[in-house]
Design a protein around this ligand. Sequence first.
Ligand code: PEP
Length: 254
Amino acid sequence: MDRRYRKAIIAANWKMNINPSEAKKLTTAMLKCSSAKDTSVVLCVPAIDLTIVKRVLRQSRIAVGGQNCHYEDTGAFTGEVSAQMLYDAGAKYVIIGHSERRSMFGETDEIVRKKVAAAIRAGLRPIICVGETEEQREMGITEEQIRIQVKSAVYGLDADDFRKVVFAYEPVWAIGTGKTATPEDANEVCKAIRACLREKYGARPSRGTSILYGGSMNEENAPALLAMPHIDGGLIGGASLKPEAFAAIVAATK
Ligand code: PEP
């Protein structure tokens, strides 16, 4: 990553793991990660864990985030959680458009766009996930696919709002599979994301946008991935449930 323009962000995605009764122990074990100075550490946790995680983290620099939100601010949407609710519970970030949401819960680019807008309205920083499937990579249309997702996600955002946005490049075939993109390939896609953002917002804002890599990142492959100029951090699933591994990934941003 280029430290002149961007701060590293390492975000945990606990997914639908960790009950509220287990969250205190895991969060306490994560406290050692806060010593990394120039790195923002975020725990994106199940909504029901937010309050307890936030309480454990109150003296630390580690932030909390949600993993999803509705695109409306309030209303009759039984079972849903709004961006405002996440913010009110102490979240700073929210993951939007994770491939599991896109593939299992029917989230389209249009829904992702509306959720990004809702997150920003509520005062949250959206971590917008984009990525190609294995089939799309084999067909050679990775960049086209990413460009559509990126452009659609930020459609309608003005320059001020855009400053709050974080992207995560997550090749779908690498999530939870143990397969990782090579640092060079991941860097190329992150560079393409930045180029796409530059077309819309100009050189300065795109240079300042953090673009994370996600997809089976662990303590072994993190140093090489994080050494690439366009990769500004990681969105970590499996390894974020192991405090030692997660701390090692945070340390690899130095
Ligand atoms: C993710 O869920 O965003 C992710 C990257 O998962 P994993 O690290 O387990 O591949």
